[in-house]
Write a protein that binds this ligand. Sequence first.
Ligand code: ATP
Ligand code: MG
Length: 661
Amino acid sequence: MSESHTPTLDNLSHESRKFAPSAEFAAHAIAKQDRYDAAAADRLGYWAGQARSVLTWDTDFTQTLDWSAAPVANWFVGGKLNAAYNALDRHVENGLGERVAIHFEGEPGDTRSYTYAQLTTAVKQAANAFESLGVAKGDRVAVYLPMIPEAVITMLACARIGAIHSVVFGGFSADALRSRIDDAQAKLVVTADGTYRRNKPSALKPAVDAALAAPGHSVQNVLVVKRNGQDVQWTEGLDKWWSDVVETADTEHTAVAHDSEHPLFVLYTSGTTGKPKGIVHTTGGYLVQGAVTHRDTFDLHPETDVFWCTADIGWVTGHSYVTYAPLINGATQVMYEGTPDTPHQGRWWEIVQKYGVTILYTAPTAIRTFMKWGRSIPDSFDLSSLRVLGSVGESINPEAWMWYRDVIGTNAGKNGERKEHPAPIVDTWWQTETGAHMIAPLPGLTVTKPGSAQVPVPGIVVDVVDEAGVSVANGEGGYLVVREPWPGMLRGIWGDMDRYRETYWSRFEGMYFAGDGAKRDEEGDIWLLGRVDDVMNVSGHRLSTTEIESSLVAHPLVAEAAVVGAKDETTGEAVVAFVILQIEPEAGVDPVEVLRAHVGKEIGPIAKPRTILVVQELPKTRSGKIMRRLLKDVAEGREVGDATTLADNTVMAQIVESMRK
Ligand code: ATP
Ligand code: MG
């Protein structure tokens, strides 16, 4: 080691628990070691084989990958296919028309189920309707809808006719919507009168009205789904009811094939960091990787499984693992409109019980919330159907992972029965940019470790490198990169290819830079350590937010924690922690002292927070991720920066206020 060598990230955590899949699960698993072997022997051959097995191509491709225009990839060159045909029509043709595609559960308790045949008809009608409104191949359609089946129908109808959807999360403001409409020059907006949030009507249409109030926009029509029946303002000539235009449209529509590289959608990243980027995905490669990972990571048996991904379609998880992959794979899935605590904190578990959900895919923020609410709630439902549990969006703290396993994964009935073999947990690392899972265990094969996504999925080549782009040794931390192009990769940033090259391909020669820190453990498994921008440098030690947060969350006093680095005269940066307490400390116990000592003991004195602030809430994006950048502003005594993508914008004011006390 040279004198100047400082590790890119210190390795602090000592988590060492391991859980092998049960023999029974392993025996019935869809994906076994052969997947890794095949991909290792011939990576492109593996993807070509998968592409032909999960999709139906109108015209077969002639080349698996053309990387000559790097970093813009061409996958499945010359292939032609229709995404909606693959998600719908072909299942009907194959005799699966009566299988339920979507069990929809509205927040007020109304339900609707669509068979594959019914969903196919609905999408054909929407495709005809969109075409009648002048939407043609290549045009952009902005989608501003709640979690209702019309959202999936709209996306698939766009895909069917080759229009490019741009879904904007229904919780975003009129300004955010307008800037995305402008950036993509959308011709049509599909929205609803509103939805339900915590038992109350929650309007959507007024935001569209406000977004389009200023002249100079590209929108020619606004289609409005009637969902909650609230009054809406109506702009003649622009606004049209979905029921008038779509539900009266012709039920026959022939899908034409589009090029494998035809753009499928633009999706703006959530804006945890900087100005949102319009991430562009195309058709063939995106669908292949989504379908393959959905099948293998979740061990999907489409004849018997009931899949539920709780993500909103406004996020990439909702695109890949609600709209596209489950339907491509012919699965039955659940879609839920509302919040987890309406009308009671057991709503999710009631839904699992009601539909017999077998595969649940959710985010650590939700799991920590359920921990806070207490295990007696899920314990009072029958969750015995669950057999695979997924996590995405942030690192799952080992403590939350163990709770997910022990409380949800072993539930064998509402009378306290427990399973002998808990449902395996799959922690999936990926990004809007990657389109589908990149790092995740195979549930029938991988010996899982709480808090680690562990291994690249078959056919994906990731690495952890140091400042110079050299692979780190086991036990060391660094930057997460992807070394080889992959089918589901983004093809660019809408309207800004320079930013694409600059953001992802300029940091390390020939490698995709994900922006996340990671480490390899002694066995070579990968642990995600948070965003590189959030790494703290304390007296020359580079510390990860994730590891210190996980240590705090592991203490019984703490429900949630966020850690940031703040400028410090002596140490360069100091660790500042914001914690939400799980329980009131006993009289005479100072939680700050207890927690500082705990972190010092668990991961070392260097990681001891200089300051710990007890807060009521943490600032989170609407997809549930902690916005550390805002907490850093507070910790360094600055004016708090742009907080427009926060789920609850009063949170920062509360935190600033509590600091003044
Ligand atoms: P923006 O790019 O605008 O800041 P974002 O990165 O939050 O938004 P996404 O693409 O939805 O938008 O999230 C991807 C990021 O989420 C990853 O780069 C990583 O930081 C984090 N992430 C996702 N899944 C995991 C996981 N399983 N473990 C650790 N981190 C994860
Ligand atoms: Mg990102």
